[in-house]
Ligand binder design. Structure first.
Ligand code: COA
Length: 249
């Protein structure tokens, strides 16, 4: 598997790198925040897929790599109008997008990735959305950075697992329980596991890069993804909220 991150400031101004269908979707988006998020996710995902497939990264070649959606909202990739032999998962937060790419059907099927900022999560949030075991684990930690990191990590891993299931937040987040290790590999990844109340199991990884936290999940244990070249580095990435200056297009 491979992953790539890009910030909104890296997205080119023109739209010729978007497929015609993506250009039509863009034309319908009235809110700057949605527009910037859409463009940053598309720029990141297309470049990641193109690199993994060994294709050119020029605008015309990127336009031929299209991120489409199942009825659930889950993404799939078409290249030159045909389903491509890759699975992807995409996420964005605060002006930065990430894309995870794996071989189609690899690691047991769909993938999930989620990007979060490490920010305070209220006790009510934790109580409402986490399992009893997760709540106890978070409340055991000292208030501040340690507790915020754990709460965002658990939330993010739930989102990653629910993306693997292709249900997203239609599901009750307490249906899945997150367990994570703190021991990081030299490349920054640490293991996590997610267990569903129905017996389903997901294996994944997490990393803390600066103020960002990244999780990913799949059906089976797989080595951590490799970072593709040419992207941004979350470790010194600054959260961006440029849309605030001009909320509507
Ligand atoms: C999956 C979901 C939790 C992600 O929401 P989020 O945290 O705000 O957004 P992220 O930036 O992390 O992820 C967005 C990406 O998730 C992916 N995604 C959306 N629905 C998905 C699903 N059911 N399964 C897997 N991935 C999904 C898409 O690739 C999307 O990016 P794209 O539309 O540009 O391709 C959310 O979209 C969801 O719950 N969707 C299903 C329910 C739904 O459609 N509700 C209507 C909107 S509230």
């Amino acid at each position: 598997m491979w992953w790539l991150a890009h910030g909104e400031q890296e997205v080119p101004v023109g739209a010729e790198w978007l497929a015609p269908r993506e250009q039509r979707i863009l034309a319908e988006i009235r809110y700057t925040k949605r527009r910037v998020e859409f463009l940053t996710r598309r720029w990141t995902a297309k470049r990641a897929v193109a690199m993994v497939l060994g294709r050119s990264l020029d605008a015309a070649a990127l336009a031929a790599v299209e991120i489409r959606h199942h009825a659930s909202g889950a993404p799939w990739v078409a290249v030159d109008g045909q389903p491509a032999a890759v699975d992807v998962s995409i996420s964005d937060r605060a002006g930065w997008a990430v894309c995870l790419v794996g071989p189609a059907g690899g690691a047991g099927g769909a993938l999930g990735i989620d990007l979060e900022l490490v920010e305070p999560r209220s006790d009510a949030f934790v109580g409402d959305f986490f399992t009893a075991g997760e709540v106890a684990g978070v409340r055991r930690l000292p208030a501040g950075q340690a507790r915020d990191e754990a709460a965002n990590l658990i939330w993010s891993a739930k989102e990653s697992a629910l993306k693997v299931l292709q249900v997203g937040l239609r599901a009750d987040t307490r249906e899945v329980e997150v367990d994570f290790g703190q021991e990081r590999r030299p490349d920054g990844w640490a293991p996590l596991a997610v267990t569903g109340r129905d017996g389903s199991a997901f294996a994944g990884w997490w990393r803390r890069d600066g103020v960002f936290l990244l999780t990913l999940a799949g059906r089976r244990q797989a080595p951590p993804p490799l970072q593709l070249p040419g992207g941004g580095h979350l470790v010194d990435a600054v959260p961006l909220h440029s849309w605030l200056a001009r909320p509507c297009v």
